[in-house]
Every structure is written in C-alpha cells, then in structure tokens.
Ligand binder design. Structure first.
Ligand code: ADP
Length: 218
C-alpha cells in the first residue's frame, strides 16, 4: 500500500454544505435576507477555516498579483505547496489584469488546477471601483472554472490580506457574486463552492454573512 502523505488532504465530500450546517445548527437564520432561500443552492456552498492548499477540489483560487509571480500570504503558501513548476507555468502567462483570472495546473497540490485572480489593492481605488473589481475576480474565476470543466472550487478571501480590503465589505461582494453565478444557467455545472478562511475572525464574518445571501430553506 502506498504511504499516506504526511500533510492532511481534505476531500470535498468531507466538507459539510451550508444546508447540512443549518440542519445541525452551526449556522443560524438572519432576518435581513437579501435573496430567497434555496435548498439547491445551499447544497452547493461550504465555509470552513483551513489552509486552502490542503483542499482537494477540482480547483483552488489564488489571490495573486499582476505579474503572477511569487508573493506572500495565500499566494506564497500555494506556490510553496505546488512546487517550482507552478511558478514556471505562471511566468508563461504574461501576467493578469486586476479583476481577471487565469488557470494553471495544480502540480503537487491535491487540487487539479489553480485559478489565479488578482484582487484590487483597496486604497488605490474609490470604494465603488474596488467593489466592482473584487466582484469581477469572483465572477471571472467562476467563468474560467466552467470553461475548464471544474465542478468544485475553493476560494480564499481575495484582497483582504496584504491588499487591505475590509472583510466586512468584501464578504457580501463574494457571497452575492457566487450566489448570482450559481443560480444562472452559466453556473449550473458548478457542484460546490467552498470559502476557505484562514483566521477565526474571518470565518465568523462569513458565518454571519452567509445567512443573508444563502438563507435557511426550511
Ligand atoms: P491579498 O493580497 O489578495 O490581500 P493575501 O494572501 O494577503 O491576499 O490574503 C488573502 C487572504 O488569504 C487573507 O485573509 C489571508 O489570511 C488568507 N490566507 C493566507 N494564507 C492562506 C492559506 N494558506 N489558506 C487560506 N487562506 C489564506
């Protein structure tokens, strides 16, 4: 029998859905709902605190920079876990515009692909522009996923680290964009979107915000 990798991998099938979390009361109703409840959509969303490099989804999303070169934060963690071939492939892609997304292989990661998107640096834009660029990161990543037959995709919290976007403002943008894509014909082949948060407070913000965009369905 092959030796198990020392680093733990997390399969999508092991990650509870929002639908399951409502049933076990680890997510709670919020009266301020933005969208109507949908069990079908609640079955397609998950949230957890984890290192995204451990998630064995069809694709994980990287919060990259315009050069698609190495960096710190989640980018550094993904580059380190994937190995040097990832950076080599990234350097053939001629960079990436802010708000756009490009795909590579996952190399040594458990994920088959990495979708690299470049979030806005918060203080470089006015608020509306920063929100629009962040929305575009989630939308373009999902479109690139569908074009490449990716059915399960894990997102970190784009732009809320070094790029300085407040997570209280970023999380509704992320959730609203994912919700609208999942309920569109274009997004119908996506089976699971997983928000992977690194910090406890970030996870709490998402758990507070999810019930507004993916309300309990029963
Ligand atoms: P940006 O430059 O887009 O702000 P960062 O990498 O600085 O990107 O941060 C984005 C988010 O990713 C932050 O919330 C940070 O805590 C989180 N993060 C850092 N490392 C990881 C990791 N290994 N897995 C998941 N999220 C991570």
């Amino acid at each position: 029998m092959a030796a198990r990798s020392a680093s733990r991998e997390l399969n999508v099938s092991e990650i509870p859905t929002v639908l399951e979390e409502y049933a076990r009361h680890s997510l709670h109703r919020d009266p301020g709902v933005v969208h109507p409840p949908s069990a079908m959509l609640n079955r397609k969303l998950s949230v957890l605190r984890e290192d995204i490099t451990k998630v064995s989804a069809d694709a994980i999303v990287n919060a990259a920079n315009n050069r698609l070169a190495g960096g710190a934060g989640v980018n550094g963690a993904i580059q380190a876990a994937a190995g040097a071939q990832l950076l080599q492939e990234c350097l053939t892609l001629n960079g990436c515009e802010t708000g756009d997304a490009k795909i590579t292989k996952g190399y040594m990661l458990p994920a088959r692909h990495v979708i690299h998107t470049v979030g806005p640096i918060y203080y470089q834009h006015d608020r509306q522009v920063a929100n629009r660029l962040l929305e575009s990161c989630y939308l373009r990543s999902l479109q690139v996923a569908v074009e490449n037959d990716v059915k399960t995709i894990a997102f970190p919290s784009i732009s809320t680290g070094i790029f300085g976007f407040p997570i209280m403002e970023a999380s509704p943008v992320a959730l609203n964009t994912v919700r609208q894509f999942l309920q569109s014909a274009e997004g119908s082949t996506i089976e699971r979107v997983i928000f992977v948060l690194f910090g406890k407070e970030d996870e709490q913000v998402y758990r507070m915000t999810i019930p507004k965009y993916f309300p309990q369905s029963d």
